[in-house]
Ligand binder design. Structure first.
Ligand code: RP5
Ligand code: MG
Ligand code: MG
Length: 281
């Protein structure tokens, strides 16, 4: 596995917490690192224990079923069986060290499951013909949102709610973040739901696994399933009026391109979409 990079970025998001520096070669747990002194951080919003968060003293009382579906909570990893820290008995990041222990601002110990819908179309020129790159490959575009927490462009993904089916999470988050579905008048809601449902019927999974997210810690990390919903003839998405909603502060079509700069490891997922569509990259 590639060593995570964003999960080692110096400052933990929306905090004054500085990670203990972890050099590339010291990321894997299998490499001894006796000087390693990770900083403990769990944000106040998580300690307040909202419905989406585990208890801080989770080992005190009924021990959760790690690597299993634990009641309504999916504690399985897409990366295979994760191990527990020999000392703290808490789940250990499958990629390796991050410089922080605790959960940061993530609710679950272990994997925190998200879903990422990648809605694409072909970029058209003024005549309505697909635009080609130097190699003659068609250029694809995807619906990107600007995240309010860091102002970075990203896929409009979100957390899988307890017992929610992943494809439903994708439809819901796409509606909330890219179409502002929660704010539209009741009479328009049905129309939006109809076109979203139609497009989201035929998705292709392009990635399933760990996300190199800046919120990750040694004990809590993001995982996702990313799917591509391609509107080949442009008729489906044309009806969408893009409006940023919920925690998104902007929304736009972005070209798939190897120089694109996106939140977490979202660029890796888009490369997979470009390959799948045989589009320009
Ligand atoms: C990323 O965080 C995932 O790939 C997904 O896009 C996102 C989910 O978290 P929120 O958008 O709910 O903060 O790791
Ligand atoms: Mg959301
Ligand atoms: Mg989101």
């Amino acid at each position: 596995e590639h060593p995570h990079i964003k999960a080692r970025s110096e400052m933990y998001p929306r905090s004054n917490v500085r990670r203990f520096p972890v050099p590339d070669d010291k990321v894997p747990w299998s490499v001894p690192f006796p000087e390693y002194q990770p900083v403990y951080y769990t944000s106040k919003s998580v300690l307040d224990q909202p419905a989406w968060a585990d208890r801080e003293d989770i080992l005190n009382g009924r021990v959760p079923e790690w690597n299993k579906v634990d009641g309504a909570i999916n504690r399985c990893s897409h990366m295979g069986i994760y191990t527990l820290d020999p000392e703290t008995k808490l789940p250990r990041n499958p990629i390796g060290r991050t410089g922080i222990i605790g959960r940061g601002c993530l609710g679950r110990w272990g994997p925190n499951h998200a879903a990422d819908p990648i809605v694409t179309r072909w970029k058209l020129d003024e005549q309505g013909k697909p635009e080609l790159d130097e190699e003659g490959k068609k250029i694809a575009q995807f619906i990107s949102i600007k995240r309010g927490d860091c102002n970075e462009w990203a896929i409009p993904g979100g957390m899988v709610d307890a017992e929610e089916v992943i494809t439903y999470t994708m439809r819901r988050e796409f509606g909330e973040e890219a179409l502002n579905s929660m704010e539209v008048p009741e009479c328009e809601k049905e129309k939006i739901a109809y076109s979203v449902d139609k497009l989201f019927k035929n998705g292709v999974e392009v990635y399933r696994g760990y996300v190199d997210d800046p919120r990750n810690t040694d004990n809590a990390w993001m995982e996702t399933v990313a799917m591509n919903f391609h509107d080949a003839d442009g008729s489906g998405v044309a009806q969408f009026k893009l409006t940023a909603g919920d925690d998104a502060v902007g929304v736009q079509w972005l070209d798939l391109h190897h120089e694109i700069s996106l939140y977490a490891s979202h660029k890796d997922f888009l490369k997979k979409v470009a390959d799948h569509l045989k589009a320009s990259w």
